[in-house]
Design a protein around this ligand. Sequence first.
Ligand code: SF4
Length: 457
Amino acid sequence: MNDPKVGFVSLGCPKASVDSEQILTQLRAEGYRIVPSYQQADLVVINTCGFIDAAIRESLDAIGEALHENGKVIVTGCLGAKGDIVKQTHPKVLAVTGPHALQDVMHAVHHHLPKPHDPFTDLVPPQGIKLTPKHYAYLKISEGCNHRCTFCIIPSLRGDLTSRSIDAVLQEAEILVRSGVKELLVISQDTSAYGVDIKYRPGFWQGRPLKTNLFDLVNHLGELGVWIRLHYVYPYPHVDEIIPLMAEGKILSYLDIPFQHASPAILKAMKRPANSENVLQRIHSWRALCPAIAIRSTFIVGFPGETEHDFEQLLAFLDAAQLDRVGCFAYSAVEGATANRLAHPVPEDIKQQRLERFMQHQAKISATKLNTLIGKTLAVRVDGYAQDGKLLARSHRDAPDIDGVVVIDNPPDHLPAGELIQVKISASDEHDLYGQVVGFDLPNGGQAERWTNMTGP
Ligand code: SF4
């Protein structure tokens, strides 16, 4: 019997016992054997109590005994939720979670004692089935949303914000990177709000304490040595903390911020999060800190009540913000959206005219910005060869499918997707850049990103 063996110590009240039952059930379902002694176990899980001093003492003693007898210990339960007491008393524990944290405990167990082989599920690779090409993957950090934008029905479909634990997200990211992914695209409905719903619960990653918040997440993702790209970031003040990580090359200098509009009246009617922040000033300060930063956004024109004056405010914002990548939609009345009940819907022909005017306006800005890159050398990742033999790649400025590409003439044969190369830009249009390969000697991993930013615009 080579099944991995887990010892289990369950302390505390009936609620803790139910948590223990769930963990034991999951362990058995996955093929782990539960054994009755420290000596037989490959690893020990202790479900603790932290209610009164005597219970805390008992829990800490039990952890000490298991460390002494076995050495590999994962702690869960109420004591785990009491700050750093467990780690301070017993720094050698492998992981600590709070109560009712089945997924976190299982992630920690998987990490330190891999799951036994299962001939049915092991046909699936560890990273699961992905719809994206092998060299990039989406990393979803939360589900749902606490906002109630009037044009959106996502909260009614997916509920309020539910953040995944930071250990689970980092573990998934690590598995993806091990499977060959070179670029992780962080997604959610509201990336800036990550961890709010679970009060930035503490977690552990590779023995280090960290909090479930955006900064700790991207800071640790940045250590995986691949491109990290952030989507759906609302400009809350704490987003400023992320910009230095971009400036030092730890994550890509790219922010996808769905502004949706620029007229204060329309933003108010939309009930947009962070609409009162001084967005232009923030953008300027981000660019001062990280000149290479590429900012992408999406907008809606023709929202109910949008006047010509509101629309012109939006065009003026485009001029002032000089965004790098922009998408725009004409407002469409999604069934169930509260905005449908607002007064003064914009006639369809005006919506379409404004959409066209918007796109023409931004196209000029985009073309001018891309033109300034001619003569520069950019680090790009290869996506693949087009039918005409040209090589398609993307720089830090280009998310797959939604932004532009870098088209490379006369490329060498057989450059694999995901490869990082240097390209000298020789031409541009409204969306894309064109250039030639000038180098292959890019260091892999995090250093490559640093290089990207240094040679960016
Ligand atoms: S638009 Fe985004 S922030 Fe607003 S409610 Fe929908 S998901 Fe939430």
